[in-house]
Design a binder for this molecule. Structure first.
Ligand code: BT5
Length: 274
């Protein structure tokens, strides 16, 4: 069963300490994808910080056309509209920035989240490190100017019934922490932490995102790296550079920089202590 307290517009608003993030909010019972709805609002001229939240999605998306499991009543599915003044090349590290804010909000609940490059939040369960949240950053840009960015975040909050295809890779805050979590308070805390980080990012660039992300990084994890430009290989996650590229070390000790791709945990190694 997936249940927990309902999402409440007034509870979210009351817990916000932001000036822009979430101050315009659309709270929906269901929609195909909050990222698509936020992009539509962006094209209609909605201001930075506009938030779309849904209790369920019928077409929740991951990267590369993958599906994001989005049942009702348990989780958070949200998209934040941003209008950064930075060039398009600086935008991808916003995924790291959002991960850092979410990790901070989860840590405030007593969790010990680890961030797996580029877009996953992991929590430890009895059988290893499992995905609790994923981030999908999408941008509309011209050659040298960003029109808008949508940062989409899906968090398994009170989910307890995992579909078979996710049972070996996913978990939820409730499964990891052993108690029901109020979704509106978690959402507000995420935005409260995100806004000052975002303001610093917009002023100073990707290094801000890397600095915020690093304390939660799942360095030391053994993973399969599929970067698309060479055959997939196994390596240990070692570092990120100052623009947010991943640095991994293979079994021969060779270090490689990964600019984009998929990183899947293999085995049951634990990440280094931060
Ligand atoms: C992601 O993609 O992790 C990004 C997920 C972003 C979802 C949010 S929800 C609000 C907003 N609106 C949207 O339509 N999307 C965003 P990726 O790294 O490609 O991971 C996708 C993979 O994660 C899938 O192929 C599954 O293996 C796994 N997965 C799917 N649903 C999951 C869930 N609820 N919990 C954990 N893992 C899941």
């Amino acid at each position: 069963m997936n249940d927990g307290p309902p999402l409440s517009f007034s509870a979210i608003s009351a817990a916000l300490r932001t000036s822009r993030m979430g101050r315009q909010m659309e709270l929906l019972a269901t929609c195909p994808s909050t990222n698509d709805r936020a992009a539509e609002l962006a094209r209609q001229g909605a201001p930075e910080g506009t938030l779309v939240v849904a209790d369920a999605q019928t077409g929740g998306r991951g990267r590369l056309g993958r599906t994001w499991h989005s049942p009702a009543g348990a989780n958070l599915y949200l998209s934040l509209l941003l209008r950064p003044t930075r060039p398009p090349a600086d935008v991808p590290p916003l995924t790291l920035l959002a991960g850092a804010a979410l990790a901070g909000a989860v840590a405030a609940l007593g969790g010990e989240p680890r961030l797996k490059w580029p877009n996953d939040v992991l929590l430890r369960g009895p059988e290893g490190w499992r995905k609790t949240a994923g981030i999908l950053t999408e941008m509309a840009s011209e050659r040298d100017r960003v029109r808008h960015v949508v940062v989409g975040i899906g968090v398994n909050v009170n989910l307890t019934a995992l579909p078979a295809e996710l049972s070996d890779r996913a978990t939820s805050l409730r499964l990891a922490l052993g108690r029901t979590i109020a979704r509106d308070a978690l959402l507000a805390e995420l935005l409260n932490l995100f806004e000052p980080l975002y303001d610093a990012f917009d002023r100073d660039g990707p290094a801000v995102a890397v600095r915020a992300w690093r304390p939660y990084a799942a360095f030391g994890l053994r993973c399969r790296i599929d970067a698309g430009d060479r055959p997939a290989f196994e390596a240990v996650l070692r570092d990120v550079d100052d623009v947010g590229n991943l640095i991994v070390e293979d079994d021969s000790g060779t270090r490689t920089r990964v600019l984009a791709g998929d990183v899947t945990v293999v085995g049951t190694t634990n990440p280094d202590r931060p």
